[in-house]
Design a protein around this ligand. Structure first.
Ligand code: ADP
Ligand code: MG
Length: 347
C-alpha cells in the first residue's frame, strides 16, 4: 500500500556530499518525521523520495519495488511544501482538483474527491474563493487538500507549518495528526522543530550533517538518546551538559541531565549556586543557575515558584536520570545504559 525503503542513499553536489548513506524502513501507514538542524539534508532526502531529484547512489523502493526509473508523477506520492504553491488565479476547488484533471480524471470523480477532501479539512465554505482571499492557515489546508484528492500511497510534507503563526501551527499540527488517523496513510514529514517531531511522529529519524544519528519513537529518543547530539536536540530547554571532570567522574567525558530532572532548594542540595535569571511562565518556571560544581545549568520547575535572580540555591539532579557520554559523544551510562544498536532500531 505505501511502504518505503531507502537503501544507502548518497547525494553529492559537485565535491560536497550532503547525504552520506541513509538507510531507512517506513512501514505502511506509519508517520515518520525527519528532524534535524537547517542544512542537514532533510529536503534533499525528501526530494529524492519524491523523484524530484536523483540520488548519486543508493536505491528508493516503494512497496518493495525500485522506483529509480519511475518519474515523480508516477510514484503515487503527493508533496506539501512550506510555500503553499497554489495557483493564484484558480478557485480553491480548481486548485485542489488540478492534479486529477491533468491526470485525465473524469469531472464527476474530481468533484467527488474534492468534496471529500474539503469536508475533511473544513474548507466547504471556501471552495469558490481564490488563494488571495484566504488566510495562511486556510491556504495550507488547500495545499494539503490538493495532496489528499490524489489518494497517494505516500504523503511527503516539507516544513508545512513554518509560515504559520504559533497558534495556527498548533491547530494545523493537530489537524495533520487527525488526518493521519483517518486516512491511515503513510506520511513522511520534514521539520527542524523537535516539538513538531515529538508530537506527530510514530518514528523520528534524527539527521545531522547528512547522516542518521538515531531512529526511534519520540519517547525512545527522549529517554534513551544514543549520543550527545540527540540528547541535546530533543527536549526544551535542552539537556545540561557538564564536564565529567568537574564532578570528579573519571568514567566519562560529559555528564548530561535534563532541566526537568533537577530539583532546587533554599536550604541544602548537591550543587550550590546563584540564580542568574528566572523565567516565570506560569505553567513552568525556568531557572538559569551558575553553580560552583556543575557550572551553568538550567532547571525546569513545575508551576509558579518563588525563586528569583540573585537567590542562592542548591540544585540536585535525580540520580536515576543522569546520562554519561564518552569522548566521542556516545552514551555510556544512565537510563540509556544499553541503547539499542542503530541497526536493530531501524529494522
Ligand atoms: P535542510 O532541508 O535539512 O535544511 P537541504 O536538504 O535543503 O537541507 O540541504 C542540504 C545541504 O545541501 C545544504 O548544505 C545545502 O546548501 C546543499 N544543497 C541543497 N541543494 C543544493 C543544490 N541544488 N546545489 C548545491 N548544494 C545544495
Ligand atoms: Mg529544507
Amino acid at each position: 500500500m505505501g511502504s518505503l525503503t531507502l537503501s544507502t542513499i548518497r547525494k553529492s553536489y559537485s565535491a560536497v556530499e550532503v547525504l552520506k548513506g541513509i538507510d531507512l524502513e517506513v512501514a505502511d501507514g506509519e508517520f515518520v518525521v525527519f528532524v534535524g538542524p537547517s542544512g542537514c539534508g532533510k529536503s534533499t532526502l525528501l526530494r529524492i523520495i519524491a523523484g524530484l531529484d536523483d540520488a548519486t547512489s543508493g536505491e528508493v523502493l516503494i512497496d518493495g519495488v525500485s522506483v529509480d526509473a519511475v518519474p515523480s508523477a508516477k510514484r503515487g506520492i503527493a508533496m506539501v511544501f512550506q510555500s503553499y504553491a497554489l495557483y493564484p488565479h484558480l478557485k480553491v476547488r480548481d486548485n485542489m482538483g488540478l492534479g486529477l484533471k491533468q491526470a485525465g480524471a473524469k469531472a464527476e470523480d474530481i468533484r467527488a474527491r474534492v468534496s471529500e477532501a474539503s469536508a475533511m479539512l473544513s474548507l466547504d465554505d471556501y471552495l469558490d474563493r481564490r488563494p488571495a482571499e484566504l488566510s495562511g492557515g486556510q491556504r495550507q489546508r488547500v495545499a494539503i487538500g490538493r495532496a489528499i484528492v490524489r489518494h497517494p500511497k505516500l504523503f511527503l510534507f516539507d516544513e508545512p507549518l513554518s509560515n504559520l503563526d504559533a497558534a495556527l501551527r498548533v491547530n494545523t499540527r493537530l489537524e495533520i495528526a487527525r488526518l493521519h488517523r483517518e486516512l491511515k496513510a503513510t506520511m513522511i514529514y520534514v521539520t527542524h522543530d523537535q516539538v513538531e517531531a515529538m508530537t506527530l511522529a510514530d518514528k523520528i529519524v534524527v539527521l545531522n550533517k547528512g547522516r542518521v544519528e538515531q531512529i526511534g519513537s519520540p519517547m525512545d529518543l527522549y529517554n534513551h538518546p544514543a549520543n550527545l547530539f540527540v540528547a541535546g536536540f530533543i527536549g526544551s530547554p535542552k539537556m545540561n551538559f557538564i564536564e565529567a571532570d568537574r564532578l570528579g567522574r573519571k568514567d566519562a567525558a560529559t555528564i548530561g541531565v535534563r532541566p526537568e530532572h533537577i530539583t532546587v532548594d533554599f536550604e541544602s542540595g548537591e550543587w550550590k549556586g546563584k540564580v542568574l535569571h528566572a523565567e516565570h511562565l506560569g505553567a513552568d518556571t525556568i531557572l538559569y543557575l551558575d553553580t560552583e560544581r556543575a557550572g551553568f545549568i538550567s532547571v525546569r520547575l513545575f508551576g509558579e515558584q518563588r525563586y528569583d535572580a540573585d537567590d542562592i540555591v542548591y540544585a540536585t539532579p535525580d540520580p536515576a536520570r543522569i546520562y554519561a557520554f564518552d569522548g566521542d559523544g556516545a552514551v555510556i551510562g544512565g537510563p540509556a545504559a544499553a541503547p539499542a544498536p542503530k541497526a536493530d532500531v531501524q529494522s
